[in-house]
Design a binder for this molecule. Structure first.
Ligand SMILES: Cc1ncc(COP(=O)(O)O)c(C=O)c1O
Length: 407
């Protein structure tokens, strides 16, 4: 049944009313109801087109409704949606094999989100640590980090504004300034179970770790028989120009956590581990009903197929470099507004001299047809689909210029 534009508009305003009346107020939402997506573009109820330079916050890695992915999901939906993790499915086993072949890990635990992937990692670290010594339970994370919203992961998140309302919080978490090797050295000891870090702090403002910092973390974990956990929930699956961001630091962590871009829009999380970390959990220790179900793992398998076929990791590197150069050029047009352009591949932060990020983002959405994101008042974040072309990158920069000029 095809709807007329008027019918869709009525539904749109009805959706906004239902949302306002009945959905918990956990998000500061814009009044736009998206109805359709195609590649790097989104469409709202009135048929208006938007260039999506956010991709569901690093989720829609292969763009919206990629035909190959749509076909794979349609076929899987008509074949088998779900069975309990008490049984095997081919898509889950296939995805496990591929992730292990494509990385430096030995085993994977599948779940449904980034927070859950980090929960699994924290449970592994604690169980393994306690197996060595009962007091070996400390988890060290970085200030300004973000690791999720469950009680444990919001505690791991080194930003009290996310956690303090939910006290009492679990103990044994310690926070160090990011990129400060001396502070890390001071904090790690024999009672440390794990160091948990993002290779690039995402929610913290697109702040890349320095190679020295990650190398020191690897070294300190080794010396103290602790685990190094890399949270690649935002950086993983090609976004930074290598399949996994840790590959750019010349180290291998003990655990890597994934979610977001892995499923391309279908919820999935994964906790990959090697060595003793891969052998810590035994039957009964951990689990989740939906984790790695055939539908979600078919989505992730399709994402990996498309990534390889279309060389999207290389595209993230090259188009990302192009986009960053264009943004640096834009900074010369708006020297009073734009400061630093930072990030890797298609994970880009634009630091602003003035606290106008939220105003620019709102104007970009409502008046320019550009979907971008603000982190605080002084950073604009771009996380476009990895399929982004140079023409689309140029279009995005032109739309952003328009939004900034209107401030
Ligand atoms: C680095 C990082 N870790 C964990 C999470 C939490 O992931 P999820 O929202 O899927 O639970 C996020 C989400 O933004 C993230 O950026």
């Amino acid at each position: 049944m095809t709807q007329t534009v008027n019918e869709v508009q009525v539904e749109n305003s009805q959706a906004q009313q239902w949302d306002a009346d009945h959905v918990m107020t956990t998000y500061a939402r814009f009044g736009v109801t998206f109805t359709r997506g195609e590649g790097a573009y989104l469409y709202d109820a009135s048929g208006r087109r938007y260039l999506d330079m956010l991709a569901g916050i690093a989720v829609c890695s292969v763009g919206h409704c990629h035909p190959y992915m749509t076909r794979a999901l349609q076929e899987q939906a008509a074949t088998l949606l779900h069975v309990s993790n008490l049984y095997l499915t081919e898509p889950q086993a296939r995805l496990a094999r591929r992730l292990i072949e494509l990385s430096d890990f030995e085993r994977v635990f599948f779940c449904n989100s980034g927070a859950e992937a980090n929960e699994a990692a924290l449970k592994i670290a604690r169980k393994r640590g306690r197996g060595i010594r009962e007091s070996k339970t400390g988890i060290i994370t970085a200030k300004n980090s973000f690791h999720g919203r469950t009680i444990a992961t919001v505690t791991a998140t080194g930003q009290p504004k996310y956690s303090e309302a939910f006290a009492p919080l679990p103990g044994g978490f310690f926070y160090v300034p990011f990129n400060d090797v001396d502070a890390l050295r001071e904090a790690v000891n024999g009672d440390t179970a794990a160091i948990l870090l993002e290779p690039i702090q995402g929610e913290g403002g697109i702040i890349p770790a320095t190679p020295e910092y990650i190398k020191a973390a690897r070294d300190l974990a080794e010396k103290n028989d602790a685990l190094l956990i890399m949270d690649e929930v935002q950086t993983g699956v090609g976004r930074t120009g290598t399949l996994w961001a840790y590959q750019q630091f010349g180290i291998v962590p003990d655990i890597m956590t994934l979610a977001k871009g892995l499923g391309g829009g279908i919820p999935i999380g994964a906790c990959l581990a090697r060595g003793s970390a891969a052998a810590t959990l035994v039957p009964g220790d951990h689990g989740t009903t939906f984790g790695g179900n055939p539908f979600a793992t078919t989505a992730a398998n399709a994402v990996l197929d498309i990534l390889a076929d279309e060389e999207l990791t290389a595209n993230a590197r090259d188009t990302g470099a192009y986009l960053q150069a264009e943004l640096a050029e834009l900074a010369t047009t708006f020297p009073d507004v734009i400061g630093e352009v930072r990030g890797k591949g298609l994970m880009i932060g634009i630091g602003l001299h003035q606290p106008v990020a939220k105003a620019v983002v709102k104007h970009a959405l409502l008046d320019c047809g550009l979907v971008i994101n603000a982190i605080g008042d002084n950073t604009i974040r771009l996380l476009p689909p990895l399929t982004l072309t140079t023409d689309q990158a140029e279009e995005g920069v032109a739309l952003l210029a328009k939004a900034i000029a209107a401030q």
